[in-house]
Design a binder for this molecule. Structure first.
Ligand SMILES: NC(=O)c1ccc[n+]([C@@H]2O[C@H](COP(=O)([O-])OP(=O)(O)OC[C@H]3O[C@@H](n4cnc5c(N)ncnc54)[C@H](OP(=O)(O)O)[C@@H]3O)[C@@H](O)[C@H]2O)c1
Length: 307
């Protein structure tokens, strides 16, 4: 049997990023050939014995994603490439539109044409967080962010599902966990700041439902294999303020002295009262579908890291 028939082939657009790196690590196996596309493949941290194939491509150029899908012939496409930082999107709304809205539409068209499985990652920040909802947003709640990041991602979601109704859009929460020494994500960036001697300011009045990045990667792979479609909230079970989250991260590192370095602030203290107050996601639907458990922050931090 030719290799292409016996082995799954998964293409990760954005494989060098925080989530993409961990998704590739979880995909790479005797039963799956994992391919990564990013502008600078050299920036992707390697693990010993991995068999991941890297391809350089600038996805801001129209047609590049479609051409690569045609050439590489994956069975499954994970689109995690994005302009994923709120500040970058506000500074360059044109690039945000291109990467977060137009690129997803283009990838969805190509996946439909080749009959491929598509998983597109979106964000809790498609919601404004007002008025706050302690039970968390559900999938059918209307996206209402006024920020460029949330708006362009919400438009990307709609474009994907309009182009290809079999696609799956997974809204993710604040991600934390293994960033392979790069200080990326909510926990490693906090620990890196503490190691530099900083005293991070953490909001007591901004709430999320954080999820470990390796947990998110495993859930995305399970969902791709299950052929789910539509929108799904894959989030952790804890609704935590950024300050509560920071305390858990520091406690898990067993350096209690660092707790005193965390500064508890409100959004108003920093003149940032317009930041989304509570974009917690209700993960009930995902829990019904997944066998992969969605771990609490403490459960995830207690697990040995899997580099
Ligand atoms: N991190 C979080 O807490 C979080 C929370 C909710 C949702 N999400 C979603 O999860 C996904 C991944 O986020 P992330 O945090 O992993 O983002 P990230 O670390 O910023 O990674 C973005 C990826 O996109 C690639 N990329 C950006 N511009 C590109 C271009 N022009 N051409 C080719 N590749 C390009 C980057 O590679 P190069 O720069 O090397 O090209 C990188 O691999 C996004 O959909 C994001 O909206 C993330």
């Amino acid at each position: 049997m030719p290799a292409s028939e016996s082995k799954d082939r998964a293409l990760v657009f954005g494989g060098s990023g925080f989530l993409g790196t961990r998704l590739l690590a979880a995909l790479d196996s005797p039963v799956c050939e994992a391919l990564s596309v990013s502008r600078n493949p050299g920036a992707r941290p390697r693990t010993p014995n991995e068999t991941i194939r890297d391809v350089a491509g600038d996805l801001s150029q129209a047609g590049v994603a479609e051409t690569l899908i045609g050439l590489l012939q994956p069975r499954t496409v994970f689109l995690v490439a994005a302009l994923a930082r709120v500040g970058d999107c506000e500074r360059d709304p044109g690039l945000a539109r291109r990467l977060n809205t137009e690129l997803p539409a283009e990838v969805a068209r190509a996946c439909k044409a080749f009959d491929l499985r598509l998983v597109f990652t979106s964000t809790d920040l498609v919601f404004s967080g007002e008025p706050p909802r302690e039970s968390g947003y559900i999938e059918s709640d209307p996206a209402d962010s006024s920020q460029v990041y949330g708006r362009t991602k919400a438009e990307g979601e709609s474009a994907v599902l309009e182009e290809y109704s079999s696609a799956l859009v997974v809204r993710l929460p604040l991600l934390f966990g293994e960033s392979v020494g790069r200080g990326l994500g909510a926990s490693d960036s906090l620990l890196a700041a503490l190691d530099r001697g900083d005293s991070p300011k953490l909001f007591t009045d901004e709430f999320r439902t954080p999820l470990d990045v390796d947990n998110a990667a495993r859930a995305l792979i399970e969902l791709a294999r299950k052929r789910e479609s539509g929108r799904l909230h894959v989030a952790g079970p804890d609704r935590l303020s950024r300050h509560q989250f920071g305390e858990r991260v520091v406690r898990a590192r067993a350096r209690p002295a660092d707790l005193e370095s965390l500064q508890a602030v409100t959004r108003a203290d920093l003149g940032l009262a317009d930041r989304p107050r509570d974009v917690s996601l209700d993960n009930s639907k995902a829990r019904e579908i997944l066998t992969t458990p969605l771990l609490s922050v403490s459960e995830a931090l207690e697990k040995p890291r899997q580099t």
